[in-house]
Unconditional design. Structure first.
Length: 382
C-alpha cells in the first residue's frame, strides 16, 4: 500500500514543519532533490511513503535532525507494517486492503477473521521461504507448489467466497508483496514472476483438487513434462500441426491395455492470449473426437477502490460476450468451466459440449468431474 496510516502518518506530517522552519518551498526542495512536481506534498500528507534514504535526504537539505522529525509525536501504537496487502477486522467481516494500479482497493470477506487471513498468508510465506535454501533447478517447483497450497487453503477457509476473487484479489496480491519472499529476491518484479508461476499453479490446483476423486473412476488427470508431451503428440498421428508445449493438463483413462489418452484441459486464469495459445489445438483435437474443455478463473476487473471481478463470461446488458459466443456458438472448446461466481451459466437446453458451467471447490464430485467421466465413458466405447 502506498499511503501512510497511524503513527507513520503523524511522523511524515512533521516533514512539513521541518521544511517550513528552513523556509524552503515545496518546489525548491523538489528541485534540489531532483523530484518531479508534487512529491514533497505527497510525502508530507502521507499519501506516499518515502524510502528511508529519501527522508534522510530531506533532513539534510533542510538542515534538520532526527530529533526534529520525531518531535511532538504521539506515543506509538501497536506496530503497523506497511504491506502490499493487509487485512482489517470489520465486525464479523474481514476487509482485505491492497494496491490496484493507482488505487487503494479493498475486498470484503464475510464471516472471516484476521486469524484466517494470517494462516493463508503464512502458507504462502512459509512455502516461499524454502527458496532461500534450495537449488536453482527447484525454484519454479517451490513457487508453484506454494501458490497452489495457498489457494487451496484459502478456498477451504472461505468456502462461500468467489474462488476467482480469492485468486485475483488475495493470492495474486500476496504473491506480489515482496515481504512474503526471501530477501534475496527483493528486486524481482513479482508481477512478471506471477505470469509463469500463477499459470503453473492453476494446473496444480486442478490436478490436486480433482485428481484423487477422478482416479477412483479410472481417470487420470496429470501434468506431463516436455518429453511426455512430445511422445503424446506423436502418438496421436494427427496430420494437423499440434504444438506439444501448448498442452496444459492431460486426461487419460484406465483400460486393460493401460492408460488411454482422451483429452487435455486448457487451464487459464483469464481469457488473455486464449485464441493464439489454445483454440487451434482444441479445434484439431475436438475434430478427432477428443475432449478439450476450457477451465478458467475468468478473472477480469477494472482498477478502483472497490473493484468487481466480473470476468468476461457474464451477460452485459442482456448481451452475450464474444467469448461466450466462441464457446456456445462456435464450439472452440469441449465446454467451459468457470470458477468465477459472476459468470452466467449457459441455458440447459444447449448441448453439454457447448455450455459454460460454473463450479467451485466445495466438492470434487461436481459438474466438471461429472462431465469428464461422461466424456471418458463415451470415448472408451469407440
Amino acid at each position: 500500500m502506498g499511503e501512510a496510516h497511524g503513527y507513520l502518518k503523524h511522523l511524515l506530517g512533521n516533514l512539513r514543519a521541518v521544511r517550513e522552519r528552513a523556509h524552503i518551498s515545496e518546489s525548491a526542495l523538489e528541485e534540489r532533490l531532483i523530484l518531479g512536481p508534487g512529491w514533497i506534498s505527497r510525502f508530507e500528507r502521507g499519501a506516499s511513503v518515502p524510502s528511508l534514504d529519501m527522508v534522510l535526504a530531506i533532513l539534510h537539505e533542510t538542515g534538520a535532525g532526527l530529533e526534529q522529525l520525531l518531535g511532538g509525536l504521539p506515543e506509538p501504537e501497536a506496530a503497523e507494517v506497511e504491506r502490499c496487502i493487509f487485512a482489517e477486522q470489520s465486525g464479523k467481516n474481514l476487509t482485505i486492503n491492497f494496491s490496484y494500479a493507482n488505487f487503494d482497493a479493498k475486498y470484503t470477506l464475510p464471516n472471516s477473521t484476521l486469524d484466517d487471513f494470517e494462516v493463508v498468508i503464512k502458507t504462502l510465506r512459509n512455502g516461499l521461504a524454502r527458496l532461500a535454501s534450495i537449488e536453482s533447478t527447484q525454484k519454479e517447483t517451490i513457487k508453484t507448489d506454494s501458490v497452489a497450497r495457498t489457494f487451496l487453503e484459502a478456498v477451504a477457509r472461505w468456502p462461500t467466497a468467489n474462488p476467482s476473487d480469492l485468486w485475483w484479489f488475495v493470492v495474486y496480491r500476496a504473491y506480489c508483496d515482496p515481504y512474503n519472499h526471501p530477501a534475496q529476491y527483493a528486486r524481482l518484479d513479482f508481477t512478471q514472476s506471477w505470469k509463469r508461476t500463477g499459470g503453473w499453479a492453476l494446473e496444480e490446483i486442478l490436478v490436486r483438487h480433482y485428481g484423487p476423486f477422478l482416479k477412483t473412476h479410472g481417470i487420470n488427470v496429470f501434468i506431463a513434462d516436455g518429453g511426455e508431451k512430445q511422445v503424446l503428440v506423436q502418438g496421436l498421428k494427427i496430420k494437423d500441426r499440434l504444438e506439444a508445449d501448448k498442452i496444459d493438463v492431460v486426461l487419460t483413462g484406465d483400460t486393460p491395455k493401460g492408460p488411454r489418452f482422451f483429452g487435455v484441459v486448457h487451464v487459464k486464469a483469464s481469457f488473455a492470449e486464449r485464441r493464439t495459445d489454445d483454440v487451434p489445438m482444441s479445434l484439431v483435437l475436438n475434430k478427432a473426437g477428443f475432449t478439450t474443455p476450457l477451465w478458467t478463473m475468468d478473472c477480469k476487473s477494472m482498477p478502483g477502490t472497490d473493484p468487481v471481478n466480473r470476468g468476461e463470461l457474464g451477460d452485459v446488458n442482456g448481451k452475450r460476450s464474444a467469448k461466450r459466443k466462441d464457446i456456445e456458438d462456435e464450439g472452440y472448446f469441449t465446454g467451459c468451466f468457470s470458477y468465477n461466481k459472476l459468470t452466467q451459466p449457459s441455458p440447459t437446453n444447449l448441448p453439454a459440449e457447448r455450455r459454460v458451467w460454473v463450479c467451485d471447490f466445495a466438492d470434487p464430485d461436481d459438474a466438471f468431474s461429472k462431465f469428464i467421466r461422461k466424456r471418458w465413458q463415451a470415448f472408451r466405447s469407440t
